[in-house]
Design a protein around this ligand. Structure first.
Ligand code: URA
Length: 188
């Protein structure tokens, strides 16, 4: 399957109850040959309205961190979420919702074949790295799984709530930059 066909199938998904309340499926955005992917938890209100990931206040903050280390949505990364439809009132996705949605992300991984996956916050980190991972204690560390490096960092929405942690997240992005220079090609 090619990337555009995958996107069209995903946009029509009705595999869980979130399809009843969503306005838009948020498939993800970026370049399909990205070596670095960022995975959040799920769309919020702005994302649901626009059909794009991280376009609200936390997205603006994320973009600042990205640009500081030469990463850009339209150039060299892909951003997606664990669930592609907004959970009502921004609650955590239910196990049956992320289980139903995970095959879409798996297909995205298989087509994009990233070298590095950055998990934004606990939900993504615990689904993709380890179910008992502590983002507070283990952010910024790289974990290898099946030839791909995974790192967790603090969710930008958590940084808006607790700006004292911004330097910690910035240090993670610097570590990411160093890893990219070590293992990714010259487009970075
Ligand atoms: N928070 C997320 O986890 N994902 C988004 O796309 C927006 C906010």
């Amino acid at each position: 399957m090619d990337f555009e066909s995958l996107k069209q199938e995903c946009l029509a998904c009705r595999k869980c109850g979130l399809c009843e309340t969503r306005q838009n499926v948020v498939f993800g955005m970026g370049v399909s040959n990205a070596e670095v992917m960022f995975i959040g938890e799920g769309p919020g209100q702005n994302e649901d309205e626009q059909g794009l990931p991280f376009v609200g206040r936390s997205g603006k903050l994320l973009d600042q961190y990205l640009e500081a280390v030469d990463l850009f949505r339209d150039k060299n990364i892909f951003i997606a979420n664990i669930v592609k439809c907004r959970p009502p009132k921004n609650r955590d996705p239910l196990p049956e919702e992320w289980a139903a949605c995970m095959p879409w992300l798996q297909e995205q991984f298989e087509l994009i074949r990233p070298k590095i996956v950055v998990c934004l916050g606990r939900i993504a980190a615990q689904r993709l790295i380890r179910s008992d991972l502590s983002v507070t204690k283990e952010h910024g560390q790289f974990f290898e799984k099946d030839g791909v490096l995974y790192m967790a960092t603090l969710h930008p929405a958590a940084l808006l709530r607790n700006p004292n942690n911004k330097p910690l997240a910035f240090a993670d992005f610097i570590a990411l930059r160093e890893k990219i220079q070590e293992i990714c090609d010259h487009t970075y």
